[in-house]
Design a binder for this molecule. Structure first.
Ligand SMILES: [Zn+2]
Ligand SMILES: [Zn+2]
Length: 242
């Protein structure tokens, strides 16, 4: 199983989980042409698309996904906000199980400033993949994780510095506290999780102004002893099961 990152920031999020003969798209915040390119224009192998929430950087192209015939999973609030309806638009309920090709999917509640979910994704090639972005906290612990894709948006130190230097408005901190995941929160969550079977950790949605990519990667590596990547455009990671 190959993870391809097409974008992982407030300027657009999209990931492809490519199992060779089938693929699952995560998020629709990147132009569909770029998604098709990554799939080698073989869109028939796409079994579906998962959307976490309605913000444009995650759902701007949701209508296009549905129009391409991809079964797309999103909260009812997302479908209402985007005014997309039809048999390919599946209104999900957190905690319920869904199957797209050989991918088994369970959405779980995330904590953002609009309704949001994370997804537990299982595929025979990769095992269990946790996918959580745009959530200032994770209240759930999962067992038997093989790969963790988790937001690590900002560091409070970097945020304070950006505010002092006038690059970020002070009000932004108030918003971030209850919408995006801070480095220490991410670290503590991972440290308190059972990572015994985890091979890769991919940090998502790093902030350009309030983040520090090398620092985040090294801090999480140090805290977990795992292979850690910063999710950014062009990154590919092998998510085969160990
Ligand atoms: Zn976002
Ligand atoms: Zn968001």
């Amino acid at each position: 199983m190959k993870l391809v990152v097409l974008g992982s920031s407030s300027s657009g999020n999209c990931y492809v989980l490519d199992a060779g003969d089938e693929a699952l798209i995560l998020e629709a915040g990147i132009r569909l042409n770029e998604v098709k390119k990554v799939l080698g224009f073989n869109i028939r192998k796409v079994v579906g698309c998962l959307i976490t929430h309605q913000h444009g950087d995650h759902a701007k192209y949701i209508k296009g996904m549905v129009e391409m015939g991809f079964t797309t999973l999103a909260l009812p609030e997302v479908w209402t906000a985007k005014e997309v309806w039809g048999s390919r638009s599946v209104a999900i309920a957190p905690g319920k199980g869904y199957k797209l090709g050989n991918f088994k999917i369970i959405p779980f509640p995330a904590f953002h400033d609009v309704p949001c979910v994370g997804y537990m994704i299982n595929h025979p090639q990769s095992g269990n993949i946790m996918f959580l972005t745009d959530s200032y906290v994770c209240e759930y612990k999962f067992r038997n994780l093989n790969h963790v894709l988790i937001e690590c948006n900002y560091a409070d130190n970097a945020l304070y510095q950006a505010i002092r230097e006038g690059r970020t408005l002070p009000s932004q901190r108030e918003r971030l506290l209850t919408s995006h995941m801070e480095l220490e929160t991410c670290k503590e969550y991972l440290k308190s999780s059972d990572l015994s079977q985890v091979k890769n950790i991919v940090l998502l949605h790093l902030s350009k102004d309030n983040g520090d990519e090398p620092l985040f990667v090294s801090e999480i590596e140090r805290a977990t002893g795992k292979e850690v990547y910063a999710g950014k455009r062009g990154l590919t990671v092998n998510l085969d099961r160990i």
